[in-house]
Design a protein around this ligand. Structure first.
Ligand code: GLU
Length: 257
């Protein structure tokens, strides 16, 4: 299978932005192992801004754009340094690709990205993709990595998108507010009732941001790629999913059977 794995900041870092070393080490080990078993993997990794904030010991998350963009520039280096170091231990080569929304909207740039990605996979390299936060402006930003990962899954004709987040999956109600909230195991169709579970702006289930995850599911499933939301707190959950255990929330694609 060709799999895009999106890792959220909350999976990679502690609240203050410093890296969760134990978790990142397990994650790189599991992904290396899955790659060794024959799957083609593309990573979409968040964490640049969060880790920059941690590394620069900024006391609070910055509001202004230059500070955020500076934090991203610092954090992206740390992120790639750690990925390079850990994946090298398991004999995998990483490559960095930073994109903005306009790289998808201009056909020639999108084509170049797709060709580069194909070549990297052919060379057995592990591409690590993030938004180019240090240069992106509001007008050209994809804006969030759930959507970016779905666009990457579509561009690369992937079979599966895994969103690793800090929540077990999609719930019938906000699990932080209601004891009756139940995990939805399979979503066959992204109808209005399901889309409404993402809530409006600011009304998200935890920091996971269910709204962008449902939007990602739409892009992904419409392009024939399945999607699953998994809780990234134990990265070994990826093995469970690939072994057919029922974990997280699975979104079935519209591909022809
Ligand atoms: N590109 C952002 C970062 O690396 C993350 C955006 C997101 O997680 O949606 O900090």
């Amino acid at each position: 299978m060709r799999i895009v794995i999106k890792i959220g900041t909350s999976t990679l870092a502690y609240e203050g932005g410093r890296m969760n070393i134990r978790r990142v080490e397990t994650l790189c080990k599991v992904i290396s192992d899955i790659k060794n078993s024959g799957h083609k993997i593309i990573l979409v990794s968040s964490g640049a801004i969060g880790m920059g904030v941690g590394k620069l010991s900024m006391n609070t998350f910055p509001e202004d754009i230059p500070s955020k963009q500076a934090a991203a520039a610092v954090g992206q280096c740390e992120l790639m340094y750690v990925y390079d170091k850990l994946f090298t231990e398991y004999n995998h080569t990483v490559a960095q690709i930073l994109l903005t929304g306009s790289d998808f909207s201009y056909q020639d740039r999108r084509k170049n990205f797709e060709n580069t990605l194909e070549k990297l996979l052919e060379l057995n390299v592990l591409p690590v993709i993030n938004e180019n936060d240090s240069v992106a402006t509001k007008e050209i930003k994809v804006g969030d990595n759930d959507t970016l990962a779905a666009m990457v899954a579509k561009s690369s004709n992937s079979d599966l998108l895994v969103l690793m987040s800090d929540i077990d999956g999609l719930y019938t109600e906000d699990p932080h507010k209601s004891k009756n909230a139940k995990l939805i195991k399979v979503v066959d169709s992204l109808n209005d009732d399901i889309m409404a579970l993402g809530g409006g702006k600011g009304s998200v289930f935890g920091t996971g941001g269910m709204k962008t995850k449902l939007q990602a599911a739409k892009i992904c499933t419409e392009s024939g790629c399945d999607m699953v939301i998994l809780n990234g707190k134990d990265p070994e959950i990826l093995y469970d999913y690939l072994e057919g255990k029922q974990v997280g929330t699975f979104f079935k694609s519209n591909k022809e059977e």
